[in-house]
Structures are given as structure tokens and as C-alpha cells.
Design a protein around this ligand. Structure first.
Ligand code: MG
Length: 296
């Protein structure tokens, strides 16, 4: 069987036709936030309801951190340190090389954040994260709370200042810069229990800030949660039936079919052409003919 669906003939060159979508590990309640550590040969990801961050290597699975404060999305900064969004503590943290945690953001304008969800780091070292309300809308102990902020995307300056940079979305979620950082893509998954539009928006980066937000693509079936951009500027998005690849002009190139609902993805592996996929109860991967721009 093929694990791929070609919608634009050019997509056939993006994939290796007989490459399997492999299930690497399973048994999670909601897997999220994959981040690749090439220098350590491991992948970290969250199992949010079980309050843990797991560490996958070719040798198997171990626990990286538990409790994890119900961590969700992760990335690495320009020094390679782990940056994490935590629902339970409503904050964004950095894990220092000695294992200690530094809080990068836990509030804005004198109020707590909602539930930081996903995060990326720009070349200038600024940390960009989304703060929708999902993490405080659920019933897990330690999660539930009042919404204190409009759901926004924030930028943390390398000097520590925090600024709301996108305030025109319902519930911003996954985010990714284009390879040259001239564009910022943000998935809007809409407010829970609403009929809000669910789509990916794109912003021009003007003097380091997102401007001119507009519709980029609407994923179907399902909606975009985690998104990543490859080195050619194609956008890869989680979707209801797997992972969709969207060309820079916004049209669907093709799909990777995954048997569980996908939450998030990241490129990794030795050549950065292995796509890791967190999907509900399991972690999957597939080798592609496209490379990610994750660093390092
Ligand atoms: Mg998310």
C-alpha cells in the first residue's frame, strides 16, 4: 500500500514511494510537541494528559521529564536549548544545560498567560509562542482555569520583554517561519465549542513584526495544529487524515496518510529528512525527499 496521496504531480518527487510510515512507539493519551535533538540522536515529545515528556531513540523510549507541568509544544533556541510550553503552569520555559528551568514568560500586562501551546525561535533569538485557551479548558487536574488574556501570539525579546504580536486570530496554535523568515505561518484552530474558521494564516514579516495577515490554506479533513516548513518553503501540516504538504502559493501538493489523528510534526534524523509525527496515541516517522530547517 502507499502511504502517500499525490495531488500535484510535483509531490511525487517529495516522497519516496515505497517508504513506510512507521509506528515507532505507542501507548500515549495525546502525543504532541516533537522536537529533534540531532546532537543527542533523540526526539523529545509530550504526552500531555500523562504529564510527561518522553525521549525516543533508536534504542527505545524513556521518560525525559515527569511531571512536565503538562508541557505541550517544544523547540530549540539558537544555542540548542529546549524551549517548552507548559499548560499546567501557564508559562514558557527554557531548560538550561545543567537541567535547571528558566521561566521565559508566564504573564502579560499583569495577568497570567492562558496555556502556551506551540513555540518557534527566530534567527535573532526571539522566542515566538501561541497562547490559545485549550489547556485551561480541559478537565485534567491542574489544567483548568480562567482565561486571562485574549488568545494571541507573543514574541519574547532576547532581552526578555514580551509583546503580543498577533491579536487578530481566534485561537492561534502551530507556528512556523519560512526559510528566510520573511513569512510567518500560524494555524488558527478556533475557540473550543465554536464554529470559528479553522485555517492557516500567513503574515509578512516587516521590520521583525508580522503584518498583513491573510488566509493561506484551509486544511480538510480536520484542521492544522502543528506545522513545519521545509528548506524549499513548502509547509507541512497536521490534518485529520495525516500530514498535508502545502506549496508556498497555498495549494495542496499531497498527503502522508496516518492512521491516527495527527497533532504535530517535526523534521529530524541525520539528514533532517525524516519527518516525525505525533498522532494521538502513537509516534510515527517517515523518510521524505525534503529536508527540514530545524536547527541544529
Ligand atoms: Mg498545538
Amino acid at each position: 500500500m502507499s502511504f502517500f496521496e499525490v495531488h500535484d504531480p510535483a509531490f511525487a518527487a517529495f516522497v519516496i514511494g515505497n517508504a513506510p510510515v512507521k509506528k515507532l512507539a505507542t501507548g500515549f493519551d495525546w502525543a504532541e510537541g516533537p522536537v529533534w535533538f540531532g546532537d543527542a540522536g533523540c526526539l523529545l515529545f509530550s504526552d500531555i494528559p500523562n504529564n510527561r515528556i518522553l525521549r525516543w531513540t533508536e534504542e527505545g523510549l524513556t521518560t525525559f521529564r515527569a511531571p512536565s507541568n503538562y508541557a505541550n509544544g517544544h523547540t530549540r533556541d539558537r544555542q540548542g536549548r529546549l524551549i517548552s510550553c507548559e499548560h499546567g503552569t501557564r508559562r514558557v520555559t527554557r531548560t538550561e544545560w545543567d537541567g535547571s528551568l528558566t521561566v521565559l514568560a508566564d504573564g502579560h500586562a499583569g495577568k497570567r498567560l492562558n496555556s502556551p501551546n506551540d513555540v518557534v525561535v527566530a534567527r535573532d533569538g526571539s522566542v515566538w509562542f501561541s497562547d490559545p485557551h485549550y489547556g485551561i479548558m480541559t478537565d485534567y487536574e491542574g489544567f483548568r482555569g480562567e482565561e486571562e488574556q485574549p488568545c494571541a501570539v507573543y514574541r519574547i525579546d532576547p532581552d526578555g520583554g514580551i509583546e503580543a504580536v498577533i491579536t487578530d486570530m481566534q485561537c492561534p496554535n502551530g507556528l512556523a517561519f519560512s526559510p528566510d523568515e520573511s513569512l510567518l505561518y500560524v494555524a488558527d484552530t478556533g475557540r473550543m465549542h465554536s464554529n470559528d474558521p479553522q485555517h492557516i494564516r500567513v503574515y509578512d514579516m516587516v521590520a521583525g513584526r508580522p503584518r498583513n495577515g491573510r488566509l493561506f490554506h484551509k486544511i480538510s479533513p480536520g484542521c492544522a495544529d502543528g506545522i513545519r516548513v521545509d528548506s524549499d518553503g513548502n509547509l507541512w501540516s497536521s490534518a485529520g487524515d495525516g500530514v498535508h504538504c502545502i506549496a508556498p502559493d497555498g495549494h495542496l501538493m499531497g498527503k502522508i496518510l496516518v492512521p491516527e489523528l495527527v497533532s504535530n510534526i517535526c523534521f529530524g534524523g541525520r539528514a533532517k529528512h525524516r519527518l516525525f509525527i505525533t498522532a494521538t496515541t502513537s509516534l510515527y516517522s517517515v523518510i521524505l525527499n525534503r529536508k527540514g530547517i530545524q536547527w541544529p
